[in-house]
Write a protein that binds this ligand. Structure first.
Ligand code: ADP
Ligand code: 5GP
Length: 221
């Protein structure tokens, strides 16, 4: 039987608040690769573009991969409280600009964050209910070294620094909601995608749910 236009069964997807999907990993474990796959294949999540004082790597585009700024500009943004969080990493500063993300979450936009454990803690303290924390691990330390070398973006000295830091980064694994081992890339991606799907369905994010359920409970037919 045809239902009236106001029926909740005909209203389509329920409105919901966006979420902040944080992916961290020791450098080289694959979070950029998995992030790119997620952004390409899921139309409902976009990257929160960080501000950094580090120089662009070959192929990186200002405003797409990062906003590249000098130290004075970064300091000014800190002073003006323009960041949701910021942290020094590998001798450079990295921060998440605030305005865009806060407005987007209200509109139901999901954001992907490629940030380290310090930034994750800060975001969790500020916006706990919106945050989903995923930590990627390499299958082994030797695989991590191979990936850093194979990527071909860093000097031997930088790779040595990243390897040294990897152990301390791994020690933060228990500050995350989910831990996924990136052994096979497709399997890892599938697991990350499932986490995102399930988190979107959390009751607390479904802002349209109360009205919907109320209508379902109306006496009638
Ligand atoms: P991160 O962003 O964590 O520093 P990347 O995504 O840049 O790491 O990955 C580092 C290198 O490892 C890249 O060259 C990438 O192609 C490769 N890589 C990522 N995941 C895998 C995987 N599961 N198996 C083999 N190589 C991988
Ligand atoms: P890379 O220089 O390799 O792009 O990033 C170095 C590290 O900085 C990575 O661990 C990455 O997750 C982290 N990072 C990137 N953007 C931010 C940010 O906005 N805030 C914080 N806290 N860390 C970030």
């Amino acid at each position: 039987m045809a239902q009236p236009a106001s029926s909740p069964a005909l209203t389509g997807t329920l409105s919901r608040r966006g979420l902040m999907f944080i992916m961290s990993s020791p450098s080289g474990a694959g979070k950029t690769t998995i992030s790119r796959m997620l952004l390409e294949r899921d139309g409902h999540i976009c990257l929160s573009i960080s501000v950094t004082t580090r120089k662009p790597r070959p192929g990186e585009v200002d405003g797409k991969d990062y906003y590249f700024v000098d130290q004075a500009e970064f300091d000014r943004m800190v002073e003006n409280e323009e960041f949701l969080e910021w942290a020094p990493v590998f001798g450079h500063c990295y921060g998440t600009p605030k305005a865009h993300v806060k407005a987007g979450l209200k509109e139901g936009q999901d954001y992907l964050f490629d940030i380290d454990w310090q930034g994750t803690q800060q975001l969790y303290q500020k916006l706990e209910r919106d945050v989903v924390r995923v930590f990627l691990l390499p299958p082994s330390i030797s695989a991590l070294r191979q990936r850093l070398t194979g990527r071909g973006t860093d000097s031997a000295e930088v790779i040595a620094g990243r390897m040294e830091r990897a152990r301390s980064e791994i020690s933060h694994w228990d500050g995350y909601d989910y831990v996924v081992v990136n052994d096979d890339i497709d399997r890892c991606f599938e697991q990350v995608r499932k986490i995102l799907e399930a988190e979107r369905l959390r009751r607390a994010r479904q802002t349209g749910l109360i009205g919907f359920v109320r209508e379902l409970m109306q006496p009638g037919d």
